[in-house]
Design a protein around this ligand. Sequence first.
Ligand code: MG
Length: 300
Amino acid sequence: MSIYQIYDDRFRYLTIGPAALEPLATGLRWAEGPVWFDDMQCLLFSDIPNNRMMRWVPGGGASVYREPSGYTNGHTRDRQGRLISCEHGARRVTRTEWDGSLTVLADSHLGKRLNSPNDVVVQSDGSIWFTDPTYGILSHYEGHQAAPEQATRNVYRLDPETGDLRAAADDFGQPNGLAFSPDESVLYVADSAASHDPAAPRHIRAFDVSAGRLSGGRVFCHVDAGIPDGIRIDVKGNLWTSAGDGVHCFAPDGTRLGKILVPEGVANLCFGGPKRNRLFITATTSLYSVYTATEGCQRP
Ligand code: MG
């Protein structure tokens, strides 16, 4: 049976018919936050409940990279290539310096602790955008159970030079994955609130971005299986999102193009490999990959 469900012929040109879904690692509890290091030819990702980060190397399998990890979730790299991480444990966003030391970039807003930073993306001007839902403090499983101190679950913009932290959007149930369009005129943000309330959103919103501020916030697409969690954009501006039954792909106009079916619920994904055409998928207990006919958006 094919792993591809095609709703629009355009999807045939984004995928490779014979390309299989390759299991790369398993034995994880909740795999999340994949980030590709082209200069080191490896993938880092989180195994949140096990409080560890993993490193997968082509031909070498997966091994523990950092433990304890502070219950890291989403990762990205900044303009200098440094690792930026969302940590549930200490409820903060950190940067790993080249010497391995950690710099805390944000852990509070308006004098109160953040909820549990979930996912993060860096704009080409160096600003760091992240989401702050409550998943990491709902129980002891993915961090430390605690009452939220923030009144809302926000999307934040951080200027790492000045430390200025601003809530850019505050009208989410549970903001989760986020990604910029190739020209950075649009920021897509998933709302995964349906994880705990079937009547709540399971959609991805599109915000217009201008001078470090967001406006609009229209509903871009709905996910019809599970919830949208991590998202990535390819060079053509197509949006690839995690979902309960695999990875769903939407055109820039919001049309659902197709799905890649994965046997476990998908939490996040990223493009990687030397040609950036390999989709890495963190899916519950396992890491998978599949080659595509497109490439991940790599901003200059
Ligand atoms: Mg997430």
